[in-house]
Design a protein around this ligand. Sequence first.
Ligand SMILES: Nc1ncnc2c1ncn2[C@@H]1O[C@H](COP(=O)(O)OP(=O)(O)OP(=O)(O)O)[C@@H](O)[C@H]1O
Ligand SMILES: [Mg+2]
Length: 253
Amino acid sequence: MTLTIRNITKDFLVPGDQSICALSEITFSVADEEFVSVLGPSGCGKTTLLRIIAGLEYATSGSIEINGEIISGRSPRMAMIFQEYSLYPWRTVRDNVTFGLEVGGMHKSQAREVAQTYLHLVGLDDFADRYPHELSGGMRQRVTVARALAIKPQILLMDEPFGALDAQTRNRLQEELLEIWEKTKKTIIFVTHSVDEAVYLADRLIVLTSRPARVCEVIPIHLARPRDRTGQEFARVRRQVLDLIAQPKCSLQ
Ligand SMILES: Nc1ncnc2c1ncn2[C@@H]1O[C@H](COP(=O)(O)OP(=O)(O)OP(=O)(O)O)[C@@H](O)[C@H]1O
Ligand SMILES: [Mg+2]
């Protein structure tokens, strides 16, 4: 499976007959089981791009394709994990995970079994009957990962999922995500504005300019895993990425 983002442009209409161009002719492809990180400055259009890929927003022009076939609207092949915690506070952890499955027509008892499997995968077996407010931020994000995986998507779209977490928790969730990725063989597009996070996680970085976002660099990361973020190799690659991002064509307007 190849996911292609082809010539995506997005203009938002704003009051006064004006428009804001958020994305300009974005093109890149993502291979099966690849981990791609989309890196860009705050406000450049990263969330808008993920929403368009997920079919939650229409592009002004361009297309999203899987194996060359244009997909329009929401696709069961994709699951999105949002920037802000998006759990239902009145549902238990388990029922947050089963919700999408039941809406999709799965019987309650089967949905509970599936939820159990994925809550186990993210290490939350013992918290299935708790409510979101009883969990830490890191645990809540684990629930959103379990919920996204439960619908068995091929492609996981993650929008700065760990941005609000403290550094230690964030690092731990990054490690756990890589373990899950290796076990479940998903294709992942992970949005971040942290170079460190992108270099730690990804096979390839797609670097966007400030708004309107354009692709200014595509950088393969050849570091072997597990990556040691305190090592010299990591520091060297991180430096390279920072130098590439500092080029005039990538820098802020
Ligand atoms: N529904 C909308 N209507 C009008 N403008 C919008 C809408 N959604 C986003 N925008 C504008 O598009 C631009 C990109 O927003 P977006 O949320 O995609 O950025 P981002 O890169 O995800 O930012 P951040 O790093 O802060 O999460 C911003 O200027 C924003 O104001
Ligand atoms: Mg965003």
